[in-house]
Design a protein around this ligand. Sequence first.
Ligand code: LMR
Length: 402
Amino acid sequence: MSVHLFENLEMAPADPILGLNELFKTDGNPKKVNLTIGIYLDEQGICPVLSSVKQAEKILLEQETTKNYLSIEGEAHFGKLVREQLFGAGHKVLKENLAATVHTPGGTGALKVGADFVAIQFPGAAVWISDPSWANHRMLFSAAHYEVNSYPYLDAENYGLKFDAMLETLESVPEGNLVLVHGCCHNPTGIDLARDQWDRLAELFGRRSLIPFIDIAYQGLGDGLEEDAYGVRAFGEAGINMLVASSFSKCFGLYRERVGALTLLASSPEEAERALSNLRICVRTNYSSPPAHGGMIVDAVLSTPELQKLWRNELDVMRERIINMRRLFVETLKAMGVRRDFGFLLQQKGMFSYTGITGTPVLRLRDEYGVYMLENGRINVAGITPRNVEYLCGAIAAVLEE
Ligand code: LMR
């Protein structure tokens, strides 16, 4: 008889996002609607492979000559493309070589490498995340042994931003702490900082010795590739030292390829190089070196003018579909006689909307109608299609109005 090492383990709770997505798959309701995980779905409800990606993969299949390891930080050219997307090709951060980039397995990998780096270099730093934030932010930083605090963000009564309260808290966060800010398309609320608010934040971070960590996983899905990078670029322009976690999961539809990046902005090339040497250790001790395929696709698309053009068009189509579905959703709810005014949804940006529907109606939607959304009221707007919108709004009308 062998020792039963694991017999006393308790069952862990399902992930609040991925767990619901799995539950959705098991639902037998033919009319079920999945508004949980943040993936782009097309009008047919399919998470498509972009044509630009398919074409790049064909090129890679023919031209790839080795499966040797990538270096710890990945290909230098990939890093350059990441920085160009974040800052724009002519930005002073690029011209003056102030940033270093590490290719990571998705944006989540970038967050974990950044969390480990800060924990090692600034021992005892606590992290501050927005209230609310992506559920995995709290879990990831807790798993990296951080004390996780939050700063005010959502004004739930007015479906707006508590910007003054956010600033007030950030003024009082102890120096040396890490502050996580969503670069665009805030997850879960869809409520973003306006440009003048980013400028105020840049002033604050320029003055206070805090460690800003911008998480920008949805660039291109809010107002556009350049527009969505306003905050990152304003911080870069102000010379603010920071970390940026970015992702190609959403804008390239490369979810399962796990392709993202961690970019560190320092005050000089020499400082960036030293920081990179320390980031390498965090990578090596987590997963050694990045997976190649997703990064090679991104590189091939962005380095081939016709493919880049095709990709930009495909990104525009995704963004516009989301904007159209948000509008159709609000209009259909109104047309169905739902008394609650959902007009505030039209101000929200990106893949998610914060509906304000929480508690029993969320559970009823799931159990009685097969409509799956997060318990905090977040919906993935890209899960709405012209075919399911009436059923979805009818279900919402029933649970809210009965
Ligand atoms: C989401 O918030 O749904 C996405 O970022 C996917 C994930 O990993 O949670």
